[in-house]
Design a protein around this ligand. Structure first.
Ligand code: HSE
Length: 403
């Protein structure tokens, strides 16, 4: 009998424990032994839980038990998760995690600590929930030079935008509904302001390009300022607004990463990834575009990825481990320098628009505010856009994804 432990009994922790209980037979077949969740670390006892006999309140019990081969960290946040993960690694246990904040902020140290101690540190569930995406990067695309990754990395915001696009709801209405359905947290800031997607694009950048990107470097814009009228303009122009995380290797070798709403054309592989689903496009120089989509959150969905990581730890633990290095000087380019076409909405006059932006394409919608102009620009960096738009009262400025 092989023993594992789970830290946290929230959505992902309980989903993972359920999988070990419900799929015990096929897990035995895969591992060649019965696998038991011996402990679940919680903040308080839960006498009514299906897992009550396994609940412990003290991490020491898990750390000191030599029977526990793998620890699955499903707590979220950095404190105390970082301490527990580091202690488990030092105790010679493999660790898996679904915690995107921990991996984005402390993954550099933890992957190296795991290597030093000869154990695995895997975190498939931290990006895209149940969608296999990190393993394809490490394994199936290993012979490619990856040039770019972008995608819908947050289900809550994708749900809100889908409701705005398909049902004409305002941001406020759609958010309220997302909260009622349990998709968005009572405090939805990390989702709606793009912070969650930022953590995930950092992990993708680390994994694809080999050097650490700190979430603090990544320009992050969420969806809270998107007006219904911008959804209408996007539709009129043949686009949908999607919140994308994006990381690119530039021709000069530098890397950039950012999170922002984009106008995405109707041919793009993620344009129809709707509701709480996530969708990710990875471009490799040999394979071209590869597309991954599916459930980016949820108990059994993310639990599926955590459980698979645990099985990998038990069957082939040291076979290709994720690891990256500290960022060298000059590696990261501020995304403000990255050029693209823009959708712009402003109350400025025609002469002012012409002077600032040169050649633009105007767009109008029935019932649009007659005092506003909306248009798409030629390619320019965000830095340039902000310079020429300063003092013009820009009401909206969104990147157009030309991929
Ligand atoms: N809050 C996240 C989302 C959960 O909405 O995608 C999964 O990371």
């Amino acid at each position: 009998m092989t023993k594992v432990a789970i830290l946290g009994i929230g959505t992902v922790g309980s989903g993972t424990a359920d999988i070990f209980q419900d799929n015990a037979d096929l897990i035995r077949k895969n591992v060649g032994d019965d696998v038991e969740v011996k402990y679940i670390l919680c903040r308080r006892m839960r006498p009514d839980s299906r897992f009550a006999p396994r609940i412990v309140l003290d991490f020491d019990v898990i750390e000191r038990d030599p029977e526990v081969k793998v620890v699955a960290e499903c707590m979220g946040g950095v404190d105390p998760a970082y301490d527990y993960v580091a202690r488990a690694i030092r105790a010679g246990k493999h660790v898996v995690s679904s915690n995107k904040q921990l991996v984005a902020e402390r993954g550099l140290e933890l992957t190296h600590l795991a290597r030093e101690h000869g154990v695995a540190f895997l975190f498939e569930g931290s990006v895209g929930g149940g969608i296999p995406v990190l393993r394809p990067i490490m394994r199936c695309l290993a012979a490619n030079r990856i040039d770019s990754v972008y995608g819908i990395l947050n289900g809550t915001t994708n749900y809100i935008l889908t409701e705005m696009i398909q049902c004409g709801k305002s941001f406020g209405q759609a958010l309220k509904e997302a909260q009622e359905k349990g998709y968005a947290e009572a405090d939805p800031t990390a989702d709606v302001e793009g912070i969650d997607a930022c953590r995930k694009i950092c992990i993708l950048s680390d994994m694809c390009f080999g050097y650490n990107v700190d979430p603090a470097q990544v320009r992050t814009e969420g969806i809270s300022k998107i007006a219904s009228v911008d959804v209408d303009y996007a539709r009129r122009m043949g686009y949908r607004i999607k919140l994308l995380g994006r990381t690119l290797r530039l021709p000069d070798g530098r890397v950039t990463a950012y999170v922002a709403p984009h106008f995405v054309d109707m041919e793009n592989p993620v344009v129809n990834v709707d509701g709480v689903l996530n969708g990710i496009v990875i471009h490799g120089n040999a394979v071209g575009n590869t597309v991954y989509s599916g459930p980016g959150a949820g108990a059994s969905e993310t639990g599926s990825a955590v459980a698979a990581d645990i099985l990998d730890c038990l069957t082939g633990p040291m076979d290709r481990q994720p690891i990256w290095e500290a960022q060298p000087e000059g590696y990261f380019m501020d995304a403000d320098e990255l050029a693209c076409r823009w959708f712009v909405r402003t109350k400025a006059g025609l002469a002012e628009i012409g002077e600032a932006f040169g050649s633009v394409r105007f767009v109008s919608i029935p019932g649009g505010d007659p005092e506003e102009y909306a248009f798409s620009t030629e390619e320019m960096s965000r830095k340039r856009l902000m310079e020429v738009g300063a003092g013009m009262g820009l009401l909206a400025a969104y990147r157009i994804l030309d991929e």
